[in-house]
Write a protein that binds this ligand. Sequence first.
Ligand SMILES: Cc1cc2nc3c(=O)[nH]c(=O)nc-3n(C[C@H](O)[C@H](O)[C@H](O)COP(=O)(O)OP(=O)(O)OC[C@H]3O[C@@H](n4cnc5c(N)ncnc54)[C@H](O)[C@@H]3O)c2cc1C
Length: 310
Amino acid sequence: MGIKLSQLVDHFSGGTPQPVVGFGTDEQKARMLPPLIRGEHRSCFGVTEPDAGLDTTHISTFARRREDGGYVVNGRKVWTSTAQRADHILLVTRTTPIEDCERPTDGMSVFYTDFDRSKIDVHEIAKMGRKAVDSNAIFIDGLEVPEEDRIGAEGEGFKVLLHGLNAERIIVAAAAVGFGMYVLEKAAAYARERVVFGRPIGQNQAIQHPLASVWMRLQAAELMTYKAATLYDQGKPCGLEANTARNLAGSAAYEAAFRAVRTHGGFGFAQEYHVERYFRESVLNFIAPVSEELILSYVAEKALGMPKSY
Ligand SMILES: Cc1cc2nc3c(=O)[nH]c(=O)nc-3n(C[C@H](O)[C@H](O)[C@H](O)COP(=O)(O)OP(=O)(O)OC[C@H]3O[C@@H](n4cnc5c(N)ncnc54)[C@H](O)[C@@H]3O)c2cc1C
């Protein structure tokens, strides 16, 4: 099944079901992917947990194997986007306690399964932005998952998960580039029109230079995003490129939004011009799906050969 990243984005929150594309059996791909692409299924992604944060190997949601087949899952997830409406979940669990594993990355498993609301409680989180997409804490109590919903081998879930994370980084990088260009154009348009001291404020280099600088950063981020996406679609390693694209694009988008507020002066603070809202939205670029700090630590390790710090 030749599926490109872009086909899977629309109906899947929090990244993509790339783990199914990369590790699913033919039967699983045929059963799980077409309804997603057609928009008949809506899925969410449950990896983050309140007590593990970015340290994913320390999640405690556990899938216990039943003697008569399948699994029973118990645990908690947080920040699960679109769980108010989702009918499926890509769920990351442990299947062996971390204390019994040789390496922390062992003993995890990934499932793509029904979001059974009789076994999952969903509580929405109030937040500063991204209000078009609900964010939730979910409580899983005795969720039954058939064996055929496990993606990849039992215990090899970390590898399966990583396959999807690069795709997610690339998609959010592309979104940040688009967001940044949009906000930048708002700032430039205002700068062209707003007249103070008898001339457009955009005639002042103090206004021009930061905006020009952001434009260049966004161009560079866009190219890195295409590079990462090309490598990904060719099935080549792209962790460094995907994380770099995410960080370049995210920080440039934040700067674009901040500069848009500054360019608008007092009206930048007013809701009427929307740039204050874009500024609030842009902060997320430093936090999710992975923080700037963790990206820098990863790049220091993988590109520069420094000791792992996380
Ligand atoms: C709007 C939104 C939507 C989300 N959607 C989803 C979703 O659909 N599914 C899902 O599973 N998750 C989702 N998340 C979760 C998101 O991926 C996490 O919030 C993110 O990975 C950060 O984890 P954390 O919040 O637990 O931060 P923590 O791990 O608690 O980290 C807190 C701070 O400490 C820093 N830090 C921690 N350890 C180190 C270290 N070793 N070195 C340097 N700095 C460090 C981090 O960089 C960060 O700044 C979403 C989050 C948000 C805000």
